[in-house]
Write a protein that binds this ligand. Structure first.
Ligand SMILES: [Zn+2]
Length: 79
């Protein structure tokens, strides 16, 4: 289920000097906190008695709470 996320995990041998900072698109902050996106799937599609909630782990800016577009799972519609 989380196959895509696993494939994006970095190689542990990568040197930090080869990396670049990711900044918040809104306030330029470099620090992020773990967050959780919640997607609701209508019960008719999920095949469950009630609407299903799908949690998707992501990162949010620690200052303004903004989630960069790059942190949304692929294929997710971003409004
Ligand atoms: Zn921010």
């Amino acid at each position: 289920m989380n196959k895509n996320i696993k494939e994006e995990q970095p190689n542990v041998n990568v040197k930090l000097t080869d990396s670049t900072a990711i900044r918040c698109e809104k306030c330029d902050c470099e620090a992020f906190v773990e967050g959780m996106l919640l997607r609701k799937v209508p019960k008719l599609i999920a095949g469950t008695p009630q609407d299903a909630l799908v949690p998707l782990p992501t990162f949010a800016c620690s200052q303004c709470g903004h989630v960069n577009k790059a942190f949304y799972p692929k294929g997710l519609p971003t409004e």
